[in-house]
Design a protein around this ligand. Structure first.
Ligand code: PHE
Length: 339
């Protein structure tokens, strides 16, 4: 009897099936009450006592082997049918691959850094949480200087020495402290100002600031560099510089691009003047060079700074700056084809 069961075990191990029906027939034959399991259970009575133990163990072994076989066959039949579903119709359209889109801020930032990299500027970055020295004092803005009010500042907790940087000029200070001229670097990054949020301004935005320090750098170099940049980015080469004030540059200027008045949009964007302000700039104040360990007798340089968000609004005709930070995919998806 026990040998008979062992034969069944061998049979089970050999068994294969290519349809669910065959697996079911196999299950009924070996595992159901009406099948072999039932039969062996009722035969237990007739087994001599000294063989009962071995008999029971062998029947259990058969049961385990058969149960495992059924599970394995079911699983492999299911896999096979799934694969068939994929491969049986080769004309079926493919699954669409969803491509993400770059954020408009990143697109414009990349464009700007790429243009400056072509004329030898590298990219430098620094911390968003800054100390007073790098954001203000080193930039010729000592404590109580009224021009500190030009940039409403977020301070960290109650420590007036630690703040969220209000411009990436702080990165330029760090760069000058750690590198010797000639310096040609641009510093893109997020900045924070405690301003009311509206369609035109936000309490955080992004800047690219540039710095060029070498022997005999002149205002003409600054103008030429900006001219190159605006032609490359906007395709507009006419610029004008209006005198302005920044504590860290002397002289200082604001840069306007001539956008033109060809369309109604041009008219609206430029408020009927044809000119658009795009950045601030100037010759680095000698005090700033001294503060950063550079000899102003030997070196001079220029700096400029622009808002990426504002330029993104201009280039992509976006009506509200808040769209840039709301993460609405219906908005973001529209930049899929951009750089
Ligand atoms: N840091 C200035 C700002 O944030 C911009 C600027 C940079 C102006 C460099 C002049 C020179 O407004």
């Amino acid at each position: 009897m026990i040998d008979k069961i062992k034969e069944h075990i061998a049979e089970v191990e050999q068994f294969t099936a290519d349809s669910p029906e065959a697996v079911e027939a196999f299950r009924v034959k070996y595992l159901s009450k009406k099948g072999l399991m039932g039969k062996f259970a009722s035969e237990l009575r007739n087994v001599p006592n000294e063989q009962k133990r071995e008999f029971g163990q062998t029947v259990n072994k058969l049961k385990t082997v058969a149960t495992e076989k059924v599970a394995a066959l079911k699983a492999s039949l299911e896999n096979a049918s799934e694969e068939k579903g994929i491969y049986d119709d080769l004309t079926r359209p493919g699954e669409p691959i969803e491509l993400g889109a770059r954020h408009p801020i990143s697109i414009v930032k990349n464009q700007i850094t790429e243009i400056f990299s072509r004329i030898g500027f590298n990219v430098s970055e620094g911390p968003e949480i800054e100390d007073d020295w790098h954001n203000f004092t080193a930039l010729n803005l000592p404590e109580y200087h009224p021009a500190r009010d030009m940039q409403d500042t977020f301070f960290i907790q109650t420590n007036p020495d630690i703040l969220l940087r209000t411009h990436t000029s702080s990165v330029q200070v760090r760069y000058m402290e750690n590198n010797k001229p000639p310096i040609r670097t641009i510093s893109p990054g997020r900045v924070y100002r405690n301003e009311a949020i509206s369609a035109r301004s936000h309490c955080f935005f992004h800047q690219v600031e540039g710095l060029y320090i070498d022997k005999n750098v002149s205002f003409a170099d600054l103008k030429q560099t900006l001219q190159f940049f605006t032609t490359e980015l906007f395709g507009k080469s006419k610029i004008r510089l209006r005198p302005s004030y920044f504590p860290f540059t002397e002289p200082s200027a604001e840069v306007d691009v001539y956008w033109g008045l060809e369309t109604e949009t041009d008219y609206r964007m430029t408020k009927g003047t044809g000119w658009l302000e795009i950045m601030g700039c100037g010759m680095v104040d000698p005090n700033v060079l001294t503060n950063c360990g550079i000899d102003p007798e030997a070196y001079s340089g220029f700096a400029f700074g622009m808002g990426i968000d504002r330029i993104a609004l201009l280039l992509h005709q976006i009506s509200d700056i808040r769209l840039l930070s709301e993460n609405d995919v219906r908005f973001l998806e529209q930049f899929r084809s951009a750089l």
